[in-house]
Structure formats: C-alpha cells, structure tokens
Design a binder for this molecule. Structure first.
Ligand code: KG4
Ligand code: ZN
Length: 320
C-alpha cells in the first residue's frame, strides 16, 4: 500500500443517518481531490498506473455511479484495464494489504470470515482470493445497524457504533440484560434486540427521565455485550460446522474494541487462529478495493466499459 486516503462525510451527522443524495453529491466533490492526494502521497504519476479498480456494489447506487463513472473515464483516458470489485469481498481481502515496513500476518486458506458492517453481517468461507462461499447472514438488520439504531435510541449522533464502543468501555456489561434472537444455526437477527432496547428505555424513562443519562455507560456496555455474544456464538457454530479454525473478522464493526477483545479471548480458549484487521482497514477504505483489484489483475479478470453498478451484488451462497 502506497497511499490510503479517505474523505469522511460529516454532512450526514445532522440527519442521524446517511442521506443517499447528499452522499453521492459529496462523492462527486471529493473524488478528484482524493485521487490527487493519493497519487501525491504515493509519489506516483497517473502514467505509472497499470489498472483502475472500483466498487461495483453492493451499496448506494448514486455513490456507486460516481465511482464507476470516474474509474471508467480514467481507464479510457489512460488506456489501462478496468477492474470491478465487490465491496464485501474487498472487506475480507483487507487482510492481505501489505503496509510498507510492517510484517503482515495473513490468514491461510481456507478461512472463515465474519464480515460485520453497516449494511451486512455475513459468515463467509473463503477458499482462495477468488472463491467465497456465504454460509450465514442476517435476516434483518446488520450488526452495524444494531449499533447505529441503538445509539439513536440513546440519543447519540450518527454513526453511533464508535460511541457505544467508547461508553461501553466504562460500563458494566452485566448490569442489564437483553433478549437474544432464535434463528437458524448460522444466520443472524438484530432487529428484535433493537426493539427490546427501545422498550427498555421507554419503560425506564417513565420512572426516571434521566435514566439514559444516569446509566449511559452501563446500557452501552450491556447492549454491546449482547451484540458481541450473538456474533461470537454464530462464529462458534460456523467453526463446528466447517471444522475451519482459521478465523478473521472484517468490516466497520471489527473496529469495535469489545469485539476484538472477546474474539481474542475466545480464540485463545478454543484454539482458533484469529486475524483482526488494523483499525484503518476495518471501516470502508480504498486500500481494500486496491488489494482486491490486485488479485483480479493477476488473473486478468477485467471488465468492459459497459459494466453497470449494482446496489445489490451478493456473493455465492452455499447450497444446503
Ligand atoms: O464497513 P463500514 O465502514 O461501512 C459499510 O460498508 O457499511 O461499516 C460502518 C459501520 C457503521 O454501522 C458503524 O457504526 C460501525 O461500522 N462501526 C462500529 C465501530 N466503528 C464503526 N461499530 C461498533 N464499534 C465501533 N468501534
Ligand atoms: Zn463497508
């Protein structure tokens, strides 16, 4: 990795969630300066680039269109190959990013990856950089959504995941208990948990209007612990089912300090070989798209200029 520039979009904070139209407009404003900054950081000229990789999906269509159009233009102007990338595969392959001067411990194939982001919660069996098998996923909200919606109920700004993480570190995770969902062995569900937090807050605020403020750290710690236990239990089921003990996590929620800690402890107890991405590669980043592009480049897996972005683009599901 020579450069990894991210333009965060603060604009959404005031709306309590991502506003798609504002996201794509902001992409449009940022894409040229961000690419210029990356080239400058890397000390690379446009003429030295061998290929351009971009996210084809899944994601918000307006933002995907901006990236796809820009990548197509660059590929056309520089006469270099164009590579389409699946965002969820890129989160997983973030484990293979090589940072200069740092030794990289990559998982060996096959490995199991728990991808936890704002839009997805997936258990994926990764056979090699090109073959991914979806063995479990959420049937409703994603883990990141459980954090963000929970935070909203507690009156915290968007995105709430990092804030719940912060307050949870000072709270008692056993103080309150929330019910866990009952779903098929490798699938997840988080919408019931969010609703139980909503009722819990509503009932307690009736008795004490300062309930949330007085107990914020303990509520965050207990709510986060429930999410983490759901994730870890399913991961354990996946290990039992596949016999694979090479375990990785990826996606925005893998930045969660509680998840990183509980996974290391569980891995130690169960004899799992655990891989946790560096913080800068957990949340959405360009390096993970580039590393996926690199693997596809090796296979000459290029796409045409007629490629169309996809709001939904699922990776192959295991047939049961
Ligand atoms: O992978 P990502 O950057 O974007 C998507 O592809 O969705 O994930 C964003 C999600 C958000 O829901 C955000 O609240 C959550 O990751 N997140 C966290 C933490 N940092 C980001 N959730 C819990 N604890 C964190 N430290
Ligand atoms: Zn993502």
């Amino acid at each position: 990795m020579l450069a990894n520039i991210t333009a965060s979009q603060k604009i959404h904070e005031q709306y309590g969630g991502v506003v798609p139209e504002l996201a794509s407009r902001s992409h449009q404003q940022n894409i040229v300066p961000v690419v210029s900054a990356a080239l400058k950081d890397a000390g690379v000229k446009l003429s030295e680039i061998n290929a351009v990789a971009f996210t084809r999906g899944p994601g918000l269509i307006g933002s995907l269109l901006v990236g796809a159009s820009f990548a197509k233009s660059l590929s056309l102007a520089l006469k270099i190959p164009l590579i389409e990338v699946n965002h969820m595969q890129a989160h997983i392959l973030s484990h293979f990013i090589q940072v200069e001067g740092k030794e990289n411990h990559c998982p060996r194939f096959p490995f199991l990856c728990l991808t936890v982001s704002g839009g997805h919660t997936q258990l994926v069996l990764v056979h090699d950089p090109y073959r991914f098998e979806l063995i479990g996923e959420t049937i409703d909200d994603a883990a990141g959504e459980a954090f963000d919606k929970g935070a909203k109920i507690l009156g915290l700004p968007y995105p709430g995941g990092p804030l719940i993480d912060k307050y949870a570190a000072e709270g008692d995770k056993k103080k309150f208990s929330f019910s866990k969902p009952k779903v098929a062995a490798l699938d997840f569900s988080f919408s019931g948990l969010k609703t139980s937090l909503l009722y819990f807050v509503r009932d307690n605020v009736c008795a004490n209007e300062n309930f949330v403020k007085d107990n914020l750290a303990d509520i965050c710690a207990s709510y986060q612990q429930t999410i983490l236990e759901i994730l870890i239990d399913k991961l354990a089921n996946a290990v039992n089912e596949t016999g694979v003990k090479e375990i990785a996590i990826a996606g925005g929620v893998s930045a969660n300090k509680g998840l990183r800690k509980i996974l290391l402890e569980k891995g130690m107890a169960e004899g799992w070989n655990v891989f946790i991405p560096e913080f800068q590669f957990c949340t959405d980043n360009a390096a993970m798209i580039a590393v996926t592009g690199y693997f596809k480049y090796l296979e000459k897996d290029f796409c045409g200029l007629n490629v169309v972005p996809a709001a939904r683009w699922e990776i192959e599901k295991k047939k049961v």
